[in-house]
Ligand binder design. Structure first.
Ligand SMILES: Nc1ncnc2c1ncn2[C@@H]1O[C@H](COP(=O)(O)OP(=O)(O)OP(=O)(O)O)[C@@H](O)[C@H]1O
Length: 298
């Protein structure tokens, strides 16, 4: 069963359409990144998924529970981090998390302590006195503390320092390894790339693509540098179907290759290659290509 499923999910704010008929399917298990530029509709989708907004039309379900008709049951399965995390400013972080734990039927206090320690969060500080990044940590701890089957996290690393970011990404991977599903929004590709198995890309309220990160990468162009011991075999290299561009500089050849590099390496091998440097494909480029194909809506 899908952890998240939406059918023609549409949301208007007055005359403004924020989401246009989204059909999203997130299988239980992998980490799914939800990517899109500012204003694309990520927060709107997430608020619909956690039952804080009602769709204008269409529907959404969490593990098969409709987020409007069966809201409470759906919500019980979700740990949610809002984009702007706010909590009672007069309570200490520890008291607030204890209170939430009781509301949720007794979350394990040692889980809260462990998560706080990992993120270097002072549980004795009053929430109102915390910096933005430390408040964000309180939000992360409350989302993870009861170890829900689905984590829905809106821009989770916003405001976190690099050490807390790294710890957070490790927590996401561990949740995945325990069989939890994580759906996290971001407009920062590198953080999604670091942790997500799949990505869904949104632009102007429309879903452009949902794809496994590996598959996207296999379609990406990859930069390869070959250094030869003699003059490079330029023409045979150019003739390899996957080669998109080829620049020769002395005994070095700089290539852009789309898809498999097997045929290229076969052609190069008999020509005394002394060095092969492969650069990781750049997802950024794929995203820019998708977004630049977008036709603005009237
Ligand atoms: N309460 C609201 N009233 C009117 N318009 C809204 C409201 N909330 C969002 N919008 C509009 O809906 C669109 C989608 O906004 P949303 O916040 O979902 O995007 P986002 O992808 O989360 O953006 P960001 O990355 O900037 O947080 C935007 O055009 C935004 O201006």
């Amino acid at each position: 069963m899908d952890a998240i499923r939406t059918w023609g999910l549409t949301k208007n704010y007055g005359r403004r359409t924020a989401l246009r008929g989204i059909d999203l399917s997130v299988p239980a298990g992998p980490v799914c990144g939800y990517l899109g530029p500012n204003g694309a509709g990520k927060t709107t989708t997430i608020r619909l998924l956690v039952g804080l907004l009602r769709p204008t039309s269409g529907a959404a379900a969490v593990f098969g529970h409709d987020t409007v008709r069966d809201r409470e049951r759906a919500q019980r399965l979700v740990g949610y981090l809002p984009g702007e995390f706010v909590a009672y400013p007069d309570l200490t972080a520890g008291r607030y998390l204890e209170h939430l734990g009781r509301l949720r039927g007794g979350a394990d206090p040692s889980a809260v302590a462990r998560l706080a320690e990992r993120l270097d969060l002072d549980l004795t500080a009053r929430i109102g006195t915390l910096s933005h990044g430390n408040r964000q940590k309180v939000g992360i701890v409350q989302a993870f503390a009861h170890d829900p089957p689905l984590l829905i996290l809106d821009e989770p690393t916003a405001g976190l320092d690099p050490i807390a970011q790294r710890e957070f990404l490790a927590m996401v991977r561990e949740a995945r390894d325990r069989g939890r599903t994580v759906f996290l929004s971001s407009h920062v590709l590198s953080e999604v790339e670091a942790v997500a198995d799949r990505v869904a890309m949104l632009s102007q309220g429309r879903l452009l693509v949902t794809e496994a990160v590996d598959k996207l990468k296999s379609r990406a162009q990859r930069r390869i540098d070959l250094i030869f011991d003699t003059d490079p075999p330029e023409e045979p290299l150019r003739a390899v179907p996957e080669v998109r561009s080829c620049t020769v500089a002395g005994r070095a050849v700089h290539l852009m290759v789309e898809g498999s590099t097997a045929r290229l390496l076969q052609v190069a091998a008999p020509h005394r290659v002394v060095s092969v440097v492969t650069h990781e494909p750049d997802l950024e480029e794929i995203f820019v290509n998708y977004y630049s194909r977008e036709v603005p809506q009237p």
